[in-house]
Design a protein around this ligand. Sequence first.
Ligand code: NDP
Ligand code: 2IT
Length: 444
Amino acid sequence: MSYVDEVMAKVEKTYPAEPEFLQAVREVLDSIRVVVDANEEKYRRDALLERLVEPERIISFRVPWVDDKGQVQVNHGFRVQFSSAIGPYKGGLRFHPSVYQGIIKFLGFEQIFKNSLTGLPIGGGKGGSDFDPKGKSDREVMAFCQAFMTELYKYVGADVDVPAGDIGVGGREIGYLYGQYKKITGLYEGVLTGKGLTFGGSLARTQATGYGLVYIVEEMLKHMGQTLEGKKVAVSGAGNVATYAVEKAQQLGATVISMSDSNGFIYDPDGIKLDVVKEIKEVRRGRIKEYVDKVPTATYTEGKGVFKLPCDIALPCATQNELDLEDAKALKANGCILVAEGANMPSTREATDFFLENGMPFMPGKASNAGGVATSALEMTQNSMRLSWTFEEVDAKLKDIMVGIYAKVAGAAEKYGMAGNFVAGANIAGFEKVVEAMQAQGIV
Ligand code: NDP
Ligand code: 2IT
């Protein structure tokens, strides 16, 4: 059995109850097979893959907090410190009822390669909780965040592990988490990114994931001899990533026809009115269906369906495995020319394979949504330097980073005889830097 298959079999046997983690590992190992096969003896002796797929550490803890009725609630908290080969652990925190160890491990594993692709010195980590911020008062969210940090503070630090936002964790949550870290440790340091602009946050971090996604789409289109001007774009999600992907796509002349949340999706053939969405989602924390109250020419449909809409470009920006084989087939049948992932692993493995087998340009999340964490790393830089760059400076660096990621991904695919396969390119390019760092640092 090849070394890759041997390690995959071991992981499957050890973690059968973590399907998302297995999915992420399988995709990476399949991609890097060419590199591993060429170095099989050495990698096997050094147990390189076994070390790559096993987190350095998993912290799992109880989070007790008091709700508005005086009832004590208990949630489960996690931080997976996956790999510090190329820098301090870096990656978001997700607060969503679906969170369990397998979700955080899949996200932490993806983060290793994503962070490597940014070219910046950040390792891979992820954390979160099964806490559901939906329907909670601000005081309840604060109480939960304080309780979460009361345990987490022991394991994080500006040069150790630097969490940020993800699903259910935005500026409000980062603010409460930061306040509690500072109160307990007495340190005013860049322990979190995505902070408010008045206490060490970076301009353009809020926009960075969505903007970065569209910058890499622009780069892909450039290599296809096209631009975003006049393109019809289907976006899923209505959170941080989706909102700013829509904003940048519109600025570059595209018409965005859809957004969604976990209840349903809106279709606005005239182009999404983003000020209406921002008012609903960012100000009132409401549901996307409220959009049609303000824009009666748009329609709202319960359930899934964004990727059944005819479009030129599809940007899944909600959550893992939201885009399945049926969606992929519909996209192709409807003439879609490009898919780029804003979310982490939003396409199922079957959908991904369909895109690749049918030669549809497809950029995987670990490359196309890396603008968020890259700008987090720029926030860390600014915190260390004790200064703040302008929006334009950060945005220009973000754009350069995304163009650089495209070049790395396309270059690695070409080097290994798989030109145009950006999944293989992203995994190989991300892996090469990490593996070199691991080898240089010995058996640790
Ligand atoms: P938000 O919490 O701001 O928004 C999440 C959006 O996705 C909401 O519209 C939410 O709908 C929807 N969603 C969440 N879970 C589900 C689900 N199970 N089924 C259907 N829809 C769902 O999160 P972000 O925008 O920050 O994150 C979106 C994706 O982007 C995630 O995959 C995240 O990991 C990834 N990402 C985020 C980065 C960041 O900087 N924030 C960076 C890189 C990747 P609802 O309100 O109904 O739950
Ligand atoms: O998935 C991701 O890259 C994020 N949620 C952002 C991580 C970060 O540290 O900014």
